[in-house]
Ligand binder design. Structure first.
Ligand code: PRP
Ligand code: URA
Length: 208
């Protein structure tokens, strides 16, 4: 079973208060989502493996350590895009893949409309990022797509999840660890997480 980690850090909690607040406007919302992405990634990357590398300082040769594997960030469009800048700020060498999925408003089933990945994705640690883990359908579909392309090292990075989404994702992909900033109470009849933060894509991009 994939591990579920809720990363509660005082700075993350402070920013969560901002994005949950319906009075927060697009600019502040976007900044806070990006910053939460950065803080989550700092915690998530603690167990990334490193390998020794010889470098020359201005004084002498020494052994330093670099990441063993490349990292690829895969945001699920659109809302996942909001976390990419923050993650990229601390892993600037990471390449970025994109998966376009939208949820049918009636059935809540995900529909794929775009997928593009960097060449080295198979050998990389892949961070699938989407702020909202609601039914879990979008995250599971994205991970299935990656596995079909031979990716084996996948972590899901979200902001708000709920028991229904976590359970579904763990059932569909028991090998994938799930990292969240908050685990909310559940899903309402329209498939929205409560208390949640509303429609994340719309709040990030000022739509609707
Ligand atoms: C939202 C959100 C997730 C998905 C989560 O996307 O950004 O991708 O729903 O729901 P699920 O866990 O039930 O699949 P949406 O389909 O609204 O598209 P958008 O990001 O373009 O607004
Ligand atoms: N997508 C969102 O943007 N918000 C939710 O609460 C659920 C899915």
């Amino acid at each position: 079973m994939g591990r579920l980690k809720i990363l509660n850090h005082p700075l993350i909690e402070h920013k969560m208060a901002k994005i949950r607040d319906k009075k927060t406007g697009t600019k502040d919302f976007r900044e806070a989502v990006s910053e939460i992405g950065l803080l989550l990634t700092y915690e998530i990357s603690r167990d990334f493996k490193t390998v020794p590398k010889t470098v020359e300082t201005p004084l002498m040769e020494t052994t330093a350590y670099v990441l063993e594997k490349p990292v690829v960030i895969v945001p699920i469009l659109r809302a996942g895009l909001g976390m990419v800048d923050g993650i990229h700020r601390i892993i600037p060498q990471a390449k970025i893949g994109h998966v376009g999925l939208y949820r049918d408003e009636e059935t809540l089933q995900p529909h794929e409309y775009f997928a593009k990945f960097p060449a080295e994705i198979k050998e990389s640690t892949v961070l699938v990022v989407d702020p909202m883990l609601a039914t879990g359908g979008s995250a599971a579909a994205c991970i299935t797509l990656l596995k079909r392309r031979g990716v084996t090292d996948i972590r899901f990075v979200g902001i708000v999840g709920c028991p229904e989404g976590v359970k579904f994702l763990q059932k569909e992909h028991p090998d994938v660890d799930i990292y969240l900033a908050a685990m909310d109470e559940g899903l309402n009849e329209r498939g929205y997480i409560y208390p949640g933060l509303g429609d994340c894509g719309d709040r990030l991009f000022g739509t609707k």
